[in-house]
Design a protein around this ligand. Structure first.
Ligand code: HEM
Length: 549
C-alpha cells in the first residue's frame, strides 16, 4: 500500500487537532471576556473554581479583577469556559434548558452507573420523567416520610446510645452514621424497602448501591474514567476492577429492585380489580400510579426501565446530599456551642407536649411533632444557614448547544480591563462549558454582607434587600438550584433534616474533636480529616448524652 494512503489520514487528523488547539481558540468570542492568566501553556483553572477550600477567596478576587462574567481555562488551550457570577446570567442559563444542557460526558458517566433517570436525561425525555415524578413529592405525599424519618432517627439515637455505653462521651463519625440513616430513609420512602443499614451493613441491595456510588465518587484512575467516557467499548474489551464492580452492582439492583417494581405493579393492579385500591405511599408506588394516570397520553408515559432508573436516581441524588447537609450542620453547631444551646432550647420548648420517651409517640403525634417543628423559627434559620454556608453541591456544569446572547445584571468587563457601563449582555458560542457555582452565590458578600462567610443563623431574621431579590428555588439560596431542573427533593430533605435535628439535639451534645476537618469537592462537598484525604470521608465529633435538668 502506498505510503500516502497511510499518511494522509494521519496528517488530516493532526491538522484537525492543531486547528482546534491553536487556531480556533483565537477566534472564540469568549476571548473578548477577561479572565485569569494561565501559568503554563497546558495550565487550567479547574482547581481554582472547584475546590471549596479556595473558591470563596478566588471568586471574590475574580469579581474584583474581572467582574462577574469570567473566562476560565478548562482542560487545555482549546477549552475556553465561562464562569458566571452574575445572578441574571445564572437564572437565564438554568431556565433555558433547551439551550443549556448538562455535558454529554457527565450524562454518559451517570447513565453508565444509574441509568438515564432525571439527573442525566435531557429534552423531552427529561420533561416526561419529571412530569411523572413530581406528584410523588407533593406535600400530601410527603406525610409518610415524616413517620419514616422519625423512626429512623430513633434508631440512630439508639445506635449512638449503644456506642456511648457507660462512657460520658465518645468520638463518633457522624458522617458515616448519617449516611446510613439517609440510605435507610430513602430506601423506605423510595420503594418501601428496609436496608436496615443503621443496624448493620450486610443487606445485598444496600451493598450494591453503596459500592456503586463509591465507584462514582472514588478517586480511581481519572485517566481510565475519561477514556471510558470517550471510548465506552474499552470497558467491554478490557474490564478492570471498577467495571466489574459496577456490573455486579447493576445485576443485584436489576434483580432485587426490578422484582420490587413488579411486586408493586401487581399490588396496584390487584387493588384496582378488587375495588380496594393499594395505598402505598412510597415514591415507587406513586410513580407507578402517576405513570398510569388517565391524564397522561400513552406517549407521555415512561417505561419500567425508566421507573427503575429514577428510583436509582432518587437513591443517588437523595442520600448523600441530605446526610452531608446534616453532617455539616452538626459540625457547625459543634463549632458554635452557643448556637447549639439556643437551638436545643427551642427544640425542647415543644418537647413537653409529647411523651418523654420518643419511641412511644403515635403516628398522629409524630405528625403533630412535625407540624410543631415546621413552625420553629430558629430551627428554620439554622437549617437554611447551614445549607447556605456549605451547599452539598458546590457547583454544576452546563454546555451551550447553540450560540446565545446571555443577559447580565452587572456590566460586562472587556479583556483589556475597560467596562462598557451600558451593555448588559454577552455572547456565548455553541459548545461552551458554563460553570455555575452554587457556593459563589450563597457566599456573595455583595448580597449577604461582609459576614457572608460566617455561620450566623440570625441573619435570616433581617435579610439584606439584595438577598431577597432572588427567591430562587428555596430561601434566596441556590443550594437546591433553580429553574426547571431545580431539586424536586427539597421538601423531602427539609422534613428529614428537621426531624433528625430534633431527635439528635434533644438527646446529644456535639463538640469538636482535636482533628481539623476540611472540605473537598468529590462530586459533593464532603468532610475529610486535614491531610488525610486517603482515609476517606469522615467527620468525627465528640458526642455526649444530653439529659434535661
Ligand atoms: C439537602 C439535600 C439536597 C440538596 C442540597 C439537593 C440539591 C440538588 C441540586 C443542586 C440539584 C440540581 C443539580 C444540577 O442541576 O446539576 C438537584 C437535583 C435533583 N435532586 Fe436534589 N438535593 C437534595 C435532596 C434530594 C432528595 C432527598 C431527592 C429525592 C428523594 C433529590 C432528588 C433530586 C433529583 C431527582 C434531581 C434531578 C432533577 C432534574 O434534573 O430534573 N434531591 N438536587
Amino acid at each position: 500500500m502506498p505510503l500516502i494512503y497511510i499518511l494522509s489520514p494521519l496528517v488530516a487528523f493532526l491538522l484537525y487537532i492543531l486547528y482546534h488547539v491553536l487556531v480556533a481558540p483565537r477566534f472564540n468570542v469568549l476571548r473578548t471576556l477577561p479572565g485569569p492568566p494561565v501559568q503554563k501553556w497546558f495550565g487550567n483553572h479547574l482547581q481554582h473554581v472547584l475546590n471549596p477550600i479556595v473558591t470563596p477567596k478566588v471568586h471574590e478576587i475574580f469579581v474584583q479583577r474581572y467582574g462577574r462574567t469570567v473566562r476560565i481555562r478548562g482542560l487545555g488551550p482549546w477549552d475556553e469556559r465561562l464562569l458566571t457570577l452574575d445572578p441574571v446570567s445564572f437564572t437565564h442559563i438554568v431556565k433555558n434548558t433547551a439551550i443549556y444542557e448538562k455535558p454529554w460526558q457527565s450524562r454518559r458517566l451517570i447513565t453508565s452507573l444509574i441509568g438515564c433517570g432525571m439527573l442525566s436525561a435531557e429534552g423531552q425525555v427529561h420533561k416526561r420523567q419529571r412530569r411523572v415524578a413530581l406528584p410523588a413529592f407533593s406535600a400530601q405525599n410527603m406525610r409518610s416520610l415524616v413517620d419514616i424519618s422519625f423512626k429512623k432517627g430513633i434508631q440512630l439515637r439508639d445506635a449512638w446510645v449503644d456506642v456511648l455505653g457507660s462512657t460520658t462521651s465518645a468520638r463518633i463519625d457522624v458522617c458515616q452514621f448519617l449516611s446510613r440513616t439517609t440510605f435507610d430513609v430513602i430506601g423506605l420512602a423510595g420503594f418501601d424497602y428496609n436496608f436496615n443499614s443503621i443496624r448493620d451493613e450486610t443487606n445485598e441491595l444496600f451493598i450494591a448501591y453503596k459500592d456503586m456510588f463509591e465507584v462514582a465518587i472514588s478517586q480511581g484512575s481519572m485517566f481510565r474514567t475519561l477514556l471510558s467516557i470517550y471510548l465506552p467499548t474499552i470497558n467491554q474489551l478490557f474490564p478492570d476492577n471498577t467495571v466489574r464492580t459496577v456490573q455486579r452492582c447493576k445485576e443485584v439492583i436489576h434483580r432485587v429492585a426490578g422484582r420490587l417494581i413488579q411486586e408493586k405493579k401487581e399490588k396496584i393492579s390487584e387493588g384496582e380489580k378488587s375495588g380496594d385500591p393499594y395505598d402505598g405511599k412510597d415514591l415507587l408506588t406513586l410513580l407507578l400510579k402517576s405513570n398510569a394516570s388517565a391524564d397522561l397520553l400513552p406517549e407521555q408515559r415512561i417505561s419500567d426501565d425508566d421507573i427503575l432508573n429514577n428510583i436509582n436516581t432518587f437513591m443517588f441524588a437523595g442520600s448523600d446530599t441530605s446526610s452531608l447537609s446534616m453532617t455539616w450542620t452538626l459540625f457547625l453547631l459543634a463549632q458554635h456551642p452557643n448556637i447549639q444551646d439556643r437551638l436545643r432550647t427551642e427544640l425542647l420548648s415543644i418537647a413537653d407536649k409529647f411523651p418523654r420517651d420518643l419511641s412511644e409517640l403515635t403516628e398522629d403525634q409524630v405528625q403533630s411533632l412535625h407540624t410543631a417543628l415546621s413552625g420553629l423559627p430558629f430551627l428554620h434559620n439554622v437549617t437554611r444557614e447551614s445549607l447556605r454556608l456549605i451547599p452539598p453541591l458546590h457547583s454544576t456544569l452546563r454546555v451551550a448547544t447553540q450560540d446565545d446572547e446571555v443577559p447580565t445584571m452587572y456590566p460586562v468587563h472587556r479583556r483589556d480591563g475597560t467596562v462598557d457601563g451600558t451593555k448588559r449582555s454577552f455572547t456565548v458560542p455553541r459548545g461552551t462549558f458554563v460553570h455555575l457555582s452554587v457556593e459563589a452565590f450563597n457566599l456573595d458578600k455583595a448580597v449577604w454582607g461582609e459576614d457572608a462567610w460566617d455561620f450566623n443563623p440570625d441573619r435570616w431574621d433581617n435579610l439584606p434587600e439584595a438577598a431577597q431579590q432572588h427567591p430562587w428555588h428555596f430561601s434566596s439560596i441556590l443550594t437546591f438550584s433553580a429553574g426547571p431542573r431545580a431539586c424536586p427533593g427539597l421538601r423531602f430533605a427539609l422534613i428529614e433534616m428537621k426531624t433528625l435535628y430534633y431527635i439528635l439535639l434533644t438527646n446529644f451534645v456535639f463538640k469538636e474533636t482535636e482533628d481539623k476537618i476540611t472540605k473537598h469537592n468529590v462530586v459533593l462537598t464532603r468532610p475529610y480529616l486535614s491531610g488525610k484525604f486517603k482515609d476517606g470521608t469522615q467527620c468525627p465529633l465528640l458526642v455526649s448524652r444530653f439529659t434535661p435538668t
